[in-house]
Structure formats: structure tokens, C-alpha cells
Ligand binder design. Sequence first.
Ligand SMILES: Nc1nc2c(ncn2[C@@H]2O[C@H](COP(=O)(O)OP(=O)(O)OP(=O)(O)O)[C@@H](O)[C@H]2O)c(=O)[nH]1
Ligand SMILES: [Mg+2]
Length: 359
Amino acid sequence: MNETSIVVTYREQYSEQEALELAFSAGYRPLTTFKVKSMKEGKYGLPTGKAEQLKNMAEELKPELVIVDEQLTASQIYHLSKLLGVKTIDRIRLILDIFEKRAMTTEAKLQVKLAELQYEVPRIRETVRLAKMGEQTGPMGYGAYEVDKYIRFLNRQINGLRKKLDRERMRRSLQRQKRIEEDKFIVALAGYTGAGKTTLFNALTNENKTVTGKMFTTLTTTIRKINGMENVYLSDTVGFIERLPHYLIESFKSTLEELKYSDLILLVLDYSLDEELFWRKYIASLNVLEELEVNLDNVVAVLNKVDQKKNDFEFKDGHIKEYVEISALKGTNMDKLKAMILEKYKEGNIKILDQKELF
Ligand SMILES: Nc1nc2c(ncn2[C@@H]2O[C@H](COP(=O)(O)OP(=O)(O)OP(=O)(O)O)[C@@H](O)[C@H]2O)c(=O)[nH]1
Ligand SMILES: [Mg+2]
């Protein structure tokens, strides 16, 4: 572990920062970053001149790995890796590496395995084809028949994993049903990785779930009763990130679905970030909520880390109107947050009573 790496990222400072955090979180040791204006296009996924410059840098620094902080095609990764003479991975593989390290429960392991297979399968045929066009030696000396057979085998694995995960979904759905019957009010934490969800979860439930400065510390959902509130429960789950491919969200559906069925969602946002990055992460979070078909009327923004707030800007947005400023770490405004939760709980009960009267 701790392979040395060059991190290829966009020029903007926030992109560079996130790419480095991802690399560290995956356990790689970045030697330096290599910044480009555009990615995804062309033979190498980088402008050709840039790819040549990167080659010179790789020859000089001799990293064990090159990380490209963008989703590339199998062909682009293959050509770039060949040009550089160094193993090359893209942003999605990097995120999968982190998930693989963090997956502790059976469900999380199944989810990560499914996401990995969905990433790999469409790439295998292309990689084998390219390898065969080059030197005929190496581990890729499969015939077309063997490749098809292997892909069919992997597709069967994907189906098997989906079935197992469906059972997990069913189990979660039964638990939800039970909570509804018991009239429990479920508050769910959502938000970008590192926003402070687990810190807030621990503060409100007296739990001691792991909090680190690394990304994707939490991969599974935990539900606990909120301190000092009858019938009100809080759930903590996997964090979001920008440019997540659809199948990754799909793989984590059994976990993320808890959000859709909760009574109230607290969208935790890191309010200590500079304004540009704050809104970027906010939009990325809204996109995931939208993909999960969450009703935004049930979402309240929790502006966390006010103890570290450096820039003065207002939270003003048409999608989510209500917000509370807190510091989960220092305990600032926790009473205000709890009062808001209780208020929503009461409103929810009134709504239920209204509905009952209708029938
Ligand atoms: N200064 C400050 N730091 C905080 C606050 N809340 C959380 N943090 C820090 O932010 C980092 C991430 O916190 P977590 O609670 O693990 O974040 P998370 O949203 O659960 O992250 P994932 O599990 O990766 O999605 C940790 O280093 C926390 O100590 C806060 O109110 N103030
Ligand atoms: Mg967490």
C-alpha cells in the first residue's frame, strides 16, 4: 500500500483539493498534481500535448501509479497507461478503491462488488481487443470465445449479487414497515462526504461511530433513537460526491433508499468551505437527492462547521428554503436543531391526524 502517484486533475483549486483527498483516502501517496484544463476527450482522455508533458513528468518522478481524476473510457486508460509506462486509473476506479477499503458489513461488501463488476465488465472486451492489437504476449492472450465466456460468467455474478441485494432491500423495507406501524418518526442525514453527518449523528444519539478526515468513512446505514426524544430516530448513511456514475448510486440503492422513505431529511452542508465550493457540493447533493426521487419539501439544510466559517455568504436557494446553522463538533445550536426536528415531528403528526379524519 501507499503506492506513490501523480494525480491528474483540473486547474481549479477545489478540484485539485478533492482529487488529493480522494487519493489519500484510497491510501495512495501523491507525489505531485498535474493540472489540465480539459479531460475526457481524445485518445488519451487528455490533450495530446498534455499527455506528452505528463509522460516527461512520469519519467522523472517514477510514480507507481497515475490517477486521472475524471471518468475515462477503457481505451483512453489503456493508451495513456501505455504511453506513460505506468499503471493508470480513473476517478471511478479511485472511488471504488476507497469503497473497497471501507466496506465492513456484508451488505456494503456486496454493494461494492456489484459496483466494481458494473465498472469492469463493459471495459474487459475493449481492453482485451486493444491488448491483442498490440504485442501478442502478456496476460490478455484470450480468444474471443474465452472473453465471451468470461463476460457471461461475470454477468451471472452481477445477477447473483443483485438478487442478494434485493433480499437486503426487502429486509430494510420490512424494517421500515415495522417502524411505520410503531409510529416512529425517521430523520435521515444526507450530504456530501466529509460534511459532518456522522459527527452530528454521534452528537444527537450518543453513539460513537467512526469519524475521520478521510472521505467515505461511512458506507452503511445506522439508525438510532435521538437523545431525549420519544419515537424520533436518526439514520446516518453513505456520503455523496460529484460526478458519481448512475450505477454506483444504483448499487447502493438498498442503503440510500432509506432517505426516500424518511419523514425528514437533514441535508448536512459544510458551511466552512468557500462559497464556490459550498454551492458546487450543494448542487452535487441535490442531484443525488433528485436521482433518489426524494421530495425536497421534506429536506432542511443543516449548515455545519460554523465554528470554522471564514467567508460571509448567505444560504439562499429556491430548492431548499429552511436551514439551521450548527457546529456538530462544538455543539453549537444543537438545541435549535432539536427544536426544529420536534416541530417537524408535530407537524407530521398533525398531517397524519388530518388524513385520518378524511377517511
Ligand atoms: N470544525 C468542524 N469540523 C467538523 C464539524 N463536524 C464535523 N467535522 C469534521 O469533519 C470531518 C468529517 O466528519 P464526518 O462526521 O466523518 O463526516 P461525514 O459526513 O460522516 O463523512 P462520510 O462518512 O465520509 O460521508 C471530520 O474531521 C470531523 O471532525 C464541525 O462542526 N466543525
Ligand atoms: Mg460518515
